[in-house]
Every structure is written in structure tokens, then in C-alpha cells.
Design a protein around this ligand. Sequence first.
Ligand code: 48F
Length: 260
Amino acid sequence: MAGPPLEVEITRAIVEATAEDWREIAESDVVIVGAGPAGMTAARYLAERGLRVVVFERRLSFGGGIGGGGMLFHKIVVDEKAVPILEDFGIRYARRGRLYVVDAAELMAKLAAGAIDAGARIIHGVQVDDVIIRTNPLRVVGVAVQWSAVIMSGLHVDPLFVYARAVVDATGHDAEVLSVVSRKVPEAQLMVPGEKSVYAEEAERLVVERTGRVLPGLYVAGMAVAALHNLPRMGPIFASMLVSGRRVAEVIAEDLRRGA
Ligand code: 48F
């Protein structure tokens, strides 16, 4: 018995399965913006706590700044504070003095696999271009999302909305979500001055220290922390990105548990 043509089945399978996912994504526990090292690390540690986690990544790839390695050399480094995280994800490393060298492609692939295997969804080609707020008291309760392709085309197309109990800005150097809030939500009194010049050791320490909640419902991890607090940059040492991702997951899990 002939069923529908294969082309019809292809379309139905993709559209129906996507719609099923998006029905759940629309009401998530945590939205993470950016599938760089901080975002993917956070996704894994949140998802493994049983939270419904979605990562929106505007590109069609994982890893953010990992892929470029150090000046396109295909290795990055971490220091010892990231070793337990590398172990959790099964990422191999080789010691060199006080540093550990990691293959950039392996880091990208295994961070993504770890997040997905823990239950997080990573959605590519989608850009977060606004937040959803509630006032009195002020709280971020989700994000507005749009296809990257639509934004690149310059067409005027309204976004869709994703509700979340926590939103994480893990967008890297430009702190895009925080920048939107600083521009469009004056009552948040948020300034995003941008990062300082290189001071690797201080940057590594301070990014982890300042990771956490920005406003009720809004959190920051990774290089966006440096942009928010005018911290120095550190270049291709990635330990603080991973530790910041794990740290923001701990803070969010605790806040959600307390209902904060
Ligand atoms: O830039 P990115 O890797 O941020 P990160 O996790 O790590 C920073 C390091 O890579 C490196 C460094 C430290 O060693 O200096 O730069 O803090 O990853 C950010 C991801 O977010 C995506 C972007 O494409 C990238 O993959 N992104 C940025 N803005 C948006 C976004 C947006 N508005 N919506 C969706 N994705």
C-alpha cells in the first residue's frame, strides 16, 4: 500500500517534531543565550538537575570563540580550576607547566554533547533580540526570539516568545541581552561599559567571582560578565568560561529552589 510520497513524509516529520519541541520550549525553566563555552557548560549542569533548559545560538555551529583557538591555532588552554569540568565532560587535556592544553574541536564537540546528553536542547539559527519583563517588582521572565536569517535579511518580522524562570546572558564579549536591557528597561539601571584590555590572571579570577544574578530572572556568565563589570580580557585561556558556566548553574538552581 502506497503511503504519502517520501517528500511529504520528510516535511511532515520535520514540522511535526519541531512543533512538539517548541510547544515545550515556549515554557522553559532556563533560557541560555549563546552556545559558547560558558553557555554550554551552564546548560549541562542545569539540565542534569532536571531543569528544562534551552540554548539559543544565532549561528549554525557550537562553541562561540572556541573554534578560533588561539589566533587560529587549534588549541586552547585552561588552568587547574577547569580540570574537574573537563573530567565531567570526558574532554582530554595535556599538562604544560601550570597550564593544560585542550584541542579546540574536541572542546566544542564534547561540551555540546555533554549539554545535549544531560537533556538540554540547543537550537541553532535563532537569535534572542529582546527580553520579556514584568514590572512592580521588575523581573525578566523570558526572551523574544527571531530566526537569524530574518534578522540578516532586514525584513520586518515580529518575533515569538519563550517564557523562562531564568535567562542567562552567555553571549560573550558583547553581552547582547544585558545591552538590550540597559537600553530598553531604564528602571533596571543597568550599564554595560564593555571589557578592559588584557590582564589574563585578574580576568580569570574576576569573571568567576562576578558571575551570577544581574536582576531577578536575569543572570550572566562568561565574557559577558567582563563586559558588564568592565573587567580585563584573558584571551585563549578558557578555564574561567567553564567555571563561570558551572557557577551560574549553581546560582540559578539555588534561586529556583528558594523561589527567588
Ligand atoms: O563568544 P562566546 O564564546 O562567549 P563565552 O562563552 O566565551 C568567550 C570565549 O569564547 C572567548 C574569550 C574567553 O576565553 O575571550 O571569547 O563567554 O559565545 C557566545 C555565543 O553566543 C552567540 C554567539 O554566536 C556565540 O556562539 N550569540 C551572541 N549573541 C547572541 C547569540 C544572541 N543575541 N542570540 C543568540 N546567540
